[in-house]
Design a protein around this ligand. Sequence first.
Ligand SMILES: Nc1ncnc2c1ncn2[C@@H]1O[C@H](COP(=O)(O)OP(=O)(O)O)[C@@H](O)[C@H]1O
Ligand SMILES: [Mg+2]
Length: 649
Amino acid sequence: MAQNGLKRPTEIHPPSIRYTLLDSSLRLDLSYTVVGPLKIMQSFGKYVLIDHISSGGMADVYRAKVQGIRGFTKTVAIKRIHEHLLERTRFLRMFTDEAKIASRLVHPNIVQIYDLGEVESMPFIAMEYVSGRDLYRVLKRLAAMNRKFPWRLATLVISDVCTGLHYAHDFCSPDGQPQEIVHRDVSPRNVVLAYDGDVKLTDFGVARARDREEHTEHGVIKGKVRYISPEGAKGETVDRRSDIFSLGIVLAEMLTMAPLRDAPNEMVMLLDIRKGYFDRGRIDELPEALRTVIDRAIATDPDDRYPTAAAMRDDLLSRVDAATQPMTKAEVATFMHALFTDDIEREKRSDHKAEQDLVKEMQELADEASGKSIPNQVEMPTEGNPLNIFGGREPGPVAIPARANEIEPEAPPDLIGDLMNQSLCSLFHWLAESREDGRLDLIREPVRKSIYFEEGHPIFATSNIESERFGEFLVADGQLSREQHAEVLDFAARKGMRFTEALLALDVCTPNQLFTSLGAQVRDRIHDLFTWIAGSFEFYHDAKPVDPVLPLNLRSHTLIHEGIQERLPLGVVRKIMREAFQREVVRCGSGIPADLHLSGRQLRIVRTIEDERPTVAELVQREKDEEWIFRLIYMLAQIERVELVEAAN
Ligand SMILES: Nc1ncnc2c1ncn2[C@@H]1O[C@H](COP(=O)(O)OP(=O)(O)O)[C@@H](O)[C@H]1O
Ligand SMILES: [Mg+2]
């Protein structure tokens, strides 16, 4: 692309995080470090810890963000061993062993380990963050509400955990050696249900594998007592059938909402378990099919149990009927959302805040580094307002007349500017209203995203970020496993096909699914742009995508609505709107674009504005929801349907 004397935003950060495939597992490249101080949240190496998730026997688990180039963040879970255990080499070894064993396991039903690292000699594990709740907390919440655990969810959980377990049990080293991995701590706390319906097994902290040194630990009992197998309780060597036993106990607990074992203390409980005793009466009420599965899973003699987790799953699935057939992923999502509405909201808010703080932090650094002066760019009047929506009408983007006959791709942009002066919303709005054709590039080195417009609406978006490749999107979305992804890439390379063509050729997805996913990804790429508050843009009038594109039916104003309501950092909106708090909101421009899809409540506010010219403060007072009003008014101002004027008196 021709530079044409344009100055890109100063690059002050090291390259973005790179995801590299090592040992077939996804790892984070450690060469990256966060620059600068992070005031609000605790910075931990290259991670920023946002929330404390849990404090278990051995470790603390946090939700954390890892930051790439400005605005690009990824959520991970960080597990770090309790400080007081650091001197105990046994625990330290267990901790690093967990990372070593689990990092080799790549499976949709197992929490993926990314990295074993160290910050100030404190080892930590970085892993896939599962936005959800562990089974223990699901059971607890249901119990508090006096509700039963749905049978259909129980069968899904068991069948998914069986699938993950079987994969781990059968896992072989690259040279084909069976690793004989045993989890040894299959229990409700170690099964996480994602809000979106995934079921994942975590915590291989006491797992055993063939190459794990164990001679110093003979006779030591691993795992939570309530779920332990008789052979485990005796301190004998355990194999995969011990995990099957524990899973049987978990199944019984889910179905009966009561422990299968009860004893005054753990010692008595252990003795009971060694004798193979537990209260079978508690499962008498269950449907015969489920009882049969439990009975076989928790047989005292391992030889009487299912030989493999896959056998347990298959037997369970062959016995289910309409009342017990596993929930679908969508049903689990609905269930989880209903059960944890408050937690989901809280997480969203804290996420929002974290993102916003990070963006702010990075912005301050960028400002410092660049001295705030960005020469050679189209100057827009800003009057102290970063996103330029108040203080009367501003000109639209300044058009640089296109030079005649210059249509080759190297042609300079027809329009350039800075996102600090010209918000993405106002750009989208301007493109829609003037029904532009062409390509809008959004640039924050080294990221460049291009959105192609036809008649003012996006038809396609591309990005140079690795994690935004379509394949990565499908993996993140759970539509493609890592292995399938690699296969498709390999196939495409061998046949000289495009990735999407290979997907279809290999029958990995139908054209219809491909279409839906592409639309979702393009939308995702565009949504992400609304979190940017710094960067520059270039517009290439009449530029067309190289490849023909599918009609994705995206509408500029709909994207503005989604972007402002869901992605734009609250801090940005708040800063601008607080400054305008005492101003009157005055309706202007033509009708509200239908594509904006205002809700009934939002339309009611528009009518109030038309009738009463209220101030922002009055609207907030009336609706009792500052953020909601701020976002709505900000949006209407961005699309030039309201103005904010100084109150007359
Ligand atoms: N990757 C993750 N994503 C979300 N929550 C997690 C994740 N890993 C663990 N948790 C939560 O943290 C708790 C403790 O983690 P775990 O690895 O089991 O540590 P411990 O060894 O202390 O038991 C789990 O019970 C679960 O609720
Ligand atoms: Mg655990």
